[in-house]
Design a protein around this ligand. Structure first.
Ligand SMILES: [Zn+2]
Length: 226
């Protein structure tokens, strides 16, 4: 049976995130919310994040501004601000593992995702940096994404699905998706498969040259990493 890890990116969005939580919680499902730092400054947004964390969902860092991929602005200052300022806003809702997901611009995967400075920073701060392997496109195809998602899930053993708890995101069809996945016996888990974890606890695991502007040569795991 295929397995699915659900992730909700680009929130929190007051009025939307809470309804996503209702759909998950009434089915007993756990997911991860990758939040944008600047959105946490809006009224009600931090409360929505805390509600998710209190219900057992994981909160991950998805950059401060979600505006320019690290590979296109490769300074150390930019990387530190995008990562650290968001982590400060997440505060005690963060996991001990410090989940981070880069901004990819419509879910694209390539060397724009990381700068060498961003990789160094994520290693030094021991973030568990995770990618994705299924982007059904809820924000650009409000009806069609559901069938795209089911096809992606059926095509691989373990899908890490990117959905969005934003105003024009997955919410209208989320209940239908969860019903279909449940009906066809898909196992829905909170953990991430090893192959999409790029760095963890100061160690480079699955990060490759194809994801880093300038490549990874000379970027080392921390010497005292376990
Ligand atoms: Zn995003």
């Amino acid at each position: 049976m295929p397995r699915v890890t659900l992730t909700f990116d680009n929130g929190p969005t007051p009025g939307v995130t809470e309804r996503v939580l209702e759909e998950l919680d009434r089915r007993g499902l756990k997911a991860t919310f990758f939040v944008i730092g600047r959105k946490l400054r809006a009224p009600g947004a931090a409360a929505a994040m805390r509600q998710a964390q209190a219900a057992g969902h994981w909160i991950g860092n998805h950059t401060l501004t979600h505006s320019v991929p690290f590979g296109e602005q490769p300074t150390a200052e930019f990387a530190a601000e995008e990562i650290d300022d968001t982590e400060a806003l997440i505060g005690d809702c963060a996991r001990a593992e410090r989940l981070f997901r880069p901004y990819g611009r419509e879910g694209r995967v390539g060397p724009h995702l990381f700068s060498r400075a961003a990789v160094s920073h994520l290693l030094a701060k021991r973030y568990e940096t995770v990618l994705w392997n299924a982007v059904p496109g809820d924000w650009r195809d409000p009806d069609g994404w559901l069938d795209v998602c089911l096809a992606q899930v059926a095509a691989q053993p373990w899908s890490v699905v990117v959905l969005h708890d934003i105003a024009n995101g997955c919410l209208p069809r989320l209940s239908a998706l969860l019903d279909r996945l449940t009906e066809n016996g898909t196992e829905i888990v909170q953990e991430f498969p090893n192959e999409i974890i790029l760095m963890r606890n100061g160690i480079l695991t699955n990060l490759t040259d194809s994801l880093v502007s300038g490549g990874i040569e000379g970027l080392c795991s921390l010497p005292n990493s376990a």
